[in-house]
Design a protein around this ligand. Structure first.
Ligand SMILES: [Zn+2]
Length: 197
């Protein structure tokens, strides 16, 4: 018996099969799907600023899978990310030793990006609570960035908890007292973490 809550939940990650003879039609609207392929399930994600499909699990090769194959693909927009991260680093150095957060917002109409700093609610050298800026019409949060002050860049257990289930490009900058800050980055795809460093 169908339960309406199951239908609602399953609609957040529908399951489709990759064809062997036909053509695979990519997801045409913002959302995510699980695609069964001959080699196991792929996660497919589309946002205004992103198209990605990545393998997300092994399948017993003995199983006769009547599905086709897919290639892994990650297509991110060309952002002036380097310059915006540079601006973030300048903002983060100004509040040392405290941590600070920011977002890079991408406007799908103008296809331009801008950095917006988060409003700090409470911060120290080891913790941070903030309020994210509200995107304007047509803007999407693409990069979620925060600093680790004097410490090395890297994703902490708290960061893992914050990124659970999210779709975003996550960055951490650290060693901000040094001439050469460290950077850690990963793509969060519906909670799946793809290391970009
Ligand atoms: Zn962190």
């Amino acid at each position: 018996m169908k339960h309406p809550l199951d239908e609602k939940l399953q609609a957040t990650l529908p399951v489709v099969a990759a064809p062997i003879y036909g053509t695979f039609e990519t997801l045409d609207a913002a959302g995510q799907r699980l695609v069964l392929t001959k080699e196991g399930p792929f996660l497919e994600v589309r946002r205004a600023w992103l198209y990605a499909r990545v393998p997300c699990g092994a399948i017993n090769p003995a199983l006769a899978m009547p599905y086709g194959k897919l290639d892994e693909m990650i297509d991110l927009p060309v952002l002036e990310a380097g310059a915006l991260v540079g601006d973030f680093i300048a903002n983060a150095r100004a509040v040392l030793p405290n941590e600070v957060g920011g977002v890079v917002l991408w406007n799908e109409a103008t296809r331009t990006a801008r950095l917006a700093m988060c409003e700090t609610l409470s911060a120290s050298a080891g913790h941070l609570e903030y309020r994210r800026p509200v995107p304007l019409d047509g803007e999407h949060v693409v990069i979620d960035i925060h600093s680790h002050g004097h410490f090395k860049a890297g994703f902490s257990a708290t960061d893992d908890e914050d990124d659970r289930g999210a779709t975003k490009w996550a960055m951490v900058v650290g060693n901000l007292d040094s001439r050469f800050p460290t950077l850690a980055q990963r793509l969060c795809l519906h909670g799946l973490l793809v290391d970009l460093t």
